[in-house]
Unconditional design. Structure first.
Length: 336
């Protein structure tokens, strides 16, 4: 697999962040977390993973991201990999990760995970990786209105899982036979915390505008790149070029307009076998797989080219919606 190219590059808290979300890039269909963290974030969890040598033109954070896409990171899913040059974001903040080994505990389900790539040498490269991790952690804490007492280690959640008691910092550094992580930062955890606090005190972090120009792409679906009719810097021009059954997608793969002119309320549709059914227009989690005959609840195109469907024509348009709508299906799964 070739070196990845980010969908967007921003500067957050003084760290260059390359966005490459697994929710949008999963060609190998690796297992993904599905629990929402929307409105539930309670802190940032810091990890260490080992330094690796990489080819010219890339960095360890990109290669760890690529390894995840290739399903070579087993069941580890983190929000950020950070090295001495930059960070790569793998998960949106609204989605839980798999990183704390506490199952459905608060580590996995309610904290943003940073994997800081370092070695036992603790040389100048390692220190720069650690500094970038501290800047990123501070920026995230500030973004969510949290203070230094919401900075956790991986070991903290292991100790909580194992029923240990103590203060936050005691649990952060208390010995756990399963794992002591972040292995290279824990020996000087107090100093690392001071560094994060100094960045918290430095001012409100800002996110710069993406370095790449916004383009609106006209496709049948975001994943169907071969169906693309064009890419436009003007949203209005993209809408004009959008044929019936096509959508306009922004640079992050979000459908901002769908031309569903041929679909109407109550229309009978045949859905292809093994079609994913969603609980909303935006979620990436599949409720179940369906096929067969359904009816369009209102014929109105929602985000991501999805339509609300129901099982009987007399249910179309009826309220409450939750009782009569079966779910959301992307129009490109309709047999036409």
């Amino acid at each position: 697999m070739t070196i990845l190219r980010p969908d967007a590059t921003t500067t957050f808290g003084g760290v260059t962040v390359n966005e490459y979300l697994l929710t949008k890039h999963n060609p190998n269909h690796i297992d993904m977390p599905s629990v929402s963290m929307e409105g539930k974030v309670i802190g940032v969890t810091v990890h260490n993973t080992d330094w690796i040598s990489v080819a010219s033109g890339t960095t360890p954070a990109e290669q760890y991201t690529r390894a995840t896409v290739n399903n070579n990171m087993k069941d580890v899913r983190v929000h950020y990999y950070v090295d001495n040059v930059c960070a790569w974001q793998n998960l949106p903040h609204s989605l839980s990760g798999w990183h704390a080994a506490d199952g459905s505990g608060n580590g996995n389900r309610r904290t943003i995970a940073i994997e800081c790539i370092m070695s036992s040498a603790y040389n100048s490269v390692d220190k720069k990786s650690e500094d970038n991790a501290a800047k990123l952690a501070a920026a995230l804490l500030k973004q969510y209105g949290l203070d230094i007492n919401h900075l956790y280690t991986h070991t903290h959640w292991l100790n909580v899982r194992d029923g240990r008691n103590g203060t936050i910092d005691q649990l952060n550094t208390m010995y756990n036979r399963y794992k002591m992580c972040p292995a290279y930062i824990l020996p000087h955890w107090t100093e690392f915390k001071k560094k994060v606090q100094s960045y918290l005190n430095a001012g409100t972090p800002t996110i710069s505008a993406p370095s790449t120009k916004q383009l609106y792409r006209v496709r049948k679906s975001w994943a169907d790149t071969k169906s693309q009719l064009g890419a436009y810097s003007s949203l209005e021009n993209a809408k004009k070029a959008c044929k019936v059954g096509y959508s306009v997608f922004d640079a992050n793969g979000n459908a901002v307009y769908t031309n569903g002119g041929k679909f109407t309320k109550g229309q009978k549709i045949a859905i292809r076998a093994n079609t994913p059914l969603f609980a909303s227009a935006e979620t990436t989690s599949v409720t179940r797989r369906i096929s067969g005959t359904y009816y369009l609840y209102d014929g109105i195109a929602c985000k991501n080219g999805r339509y609300r469907i129901t099982t009987k024509p007399e249910f179309c348009g009826k309220t409450p919606v939750g009782r009569f709508v079966t779910g959301y299906v992307s129009w490109d799964n309709f047999n036409q």
